[in-house]
Design a protein around this ligand. Structure first.
Ligand SMILES: *Cc1c(COP(=O)(O)O)cnc(C)c1O
Length: 385
């Protein structure tokens, strides 16, 4: 999965670090571009999944828009040269400063998550003498069949506006002069591997869309968010998601009116498989019923296992001995700092290199310095060529 010539170079580098295979990223983006353009769909990249400079530069070259969840992400998108007409901004808690930043950049859309937020954007836009283009983020009450911490579209989630508030939203939108409703927005969760969830979402969108039409709001765009899942168990079997089936599900079920554009905000599915966390074995420690493989990477570099009970495929890069069972753990002073239990791995020793795969999304961006550790470094295939 990782070319031998890179592994030789890894041995000269201080671990742990992220390694990004930009060739796989480009192959993924080629596929997305091809499949989305069949239907004229607009794809935004969700920057929070991975904001590594080389990854962002590569994404920018493909002409995707940006999906931002903070003022700094909005500024970063603009700095990268992503046209402001392709920058969407979501989030339940946009600060006044962040709203001003986004208004100054004249972004494509504020994806609004509550009535008080709409009122504040109207007020700030009024002071700046501009009109803010907004999309209402709607909670469609679709169960994405994923982990509860990455479910966002159920009626008791903090995200989005619920259907019982529509009448009030309609009244407020008509009364606010510095707001223009341009679209509706949905994002029901992440790591969704069952395509039928997107079919259900499409059917809900059709109904909600109808409400807006009937109430005199003509929408320029519909944004169905992201959430397409990847294969964490066997990344080699599916390095690139089935984007053809994903976009087709929307084309088959979601009804657009004349001139309307369908937008997507993909994060994980674009960048997860191109990233690997490379670590070294510090110690092999004999436990009562298990042996621990203690790595120099932990939850400070990749928090997904500790935060979402996620599992990543782990492989040995420098050992091809017969396998043994290991509990693979990090060095951090937390019991949840575990990458896997009872994992079959070639017999390993101190100094061996280990790769944790599918780590390109919500890995480096969520890294911390907990325990006063150094912030994780990153390399990519272009610089190690
Ligand atoms: C995180 C996020 C995304 C991207 O989700 P993925 O599961 O990584 O595709 C898209 N839209 C919004 C609003 C988000 O918060």
């Amino acid at each position: 999965m990782i070319n031998q010539r890179y592994i030789e170079q890894f041995q000269q580098l201080e671990t742990p670090f992220y390694f990004y295979d930009l060739d796989l990223l480009r192959a993924t983006l080629d596929t997305v571009k091809r499949e989305a353009s069949k239907y004229n769909y607009v794809v935004h990249y969700a920057i929070k999944a991975n904001a590594n400079e080389a990854v962002l530069k590569t994404l920018t070259e493909y002409g995707f828009g940006a999906d931002c969840v903070s003022g700094n992400e909005v500024s970063k998108a603009i700095e990268l040269g992503i046209p402001n007409s392709k920058v969407a901004y979501a989030g339940v808690g946009k600060s006044d400063k962040e709203i001003k930043t986004a208004l100054q950049h004249q972004i494509f859309s504020f994806n609004c998550e509550s009535i008080p937020e709409i009122e504040v954007i109207n007020e700030i836009a009024g002071k700046m003498d501009v009109v803010a283009p907004i999309a209402i983020r709607i909670n469609p009450d679709v169960d994405p069949q994923t982990h509860k911490y990455i479910t966002t579209g159920l009626k008791d989630n903090k995200f989005g506006i619920n259907h019982w508030d529509f009448d009030e939203v309609g009244r407020i939108l008509r009364s606010l002069p510095n707001i223009k409703l341009t679209g509706i927005h949905f994002h029901v969760g992440s790591q969704i591997t069952d395509i039928s969830v997107f079919e259900q979402l499409s059917l809900k969108v059709n109904k909600i869309h109808e409400w807006f039409e009937q109430n005199g709001f003509h929408l320029e765009h519909i944004n169905v968010g992201g959430g397409l899942g990847i294969n964490y168990d066997d990344p080699q079997a599916q390095p690139i998601c089935d984007f053809a089936a994903y976009f087709k599900a929307f084309n088959d079920h979601l009804e657009l009116k004349e001139g309307q554009q369908l937008h997507f905000e993909l994060g994980r599915s674009l960048v997860a498989q191109c990233g690997h966390l490379i670590s070294k074995v510090l110690y092999v420690k004999q436990g009562l019923e298990t042996q621990f493989l203690i790595l120099d990477a932990g939850m400070t570099e990749l928090i997904r296992p500790a935060l979402y009970q996620a599992t990543h495929k782990v492989s040995a890069l420098t050992s091809n001995l017969p396998t043994e069972k290991y509990d693979i753990v990090g060095p951090i002073c937390e019991s949840s700092d575990v990458f896997g239990r009872k994992v079959d791995l070639p017999k390993s020793k101190r100094g061996d290199l280990i790769a944790i795969h599918s780590a390109g999304a919500y890995g480096e961006t969520m890294a911390s310095t907990y325990n006063m550790r150094d912030l994780v470094k990153a390399y990519n295939s272009d610089e190690l060529k």
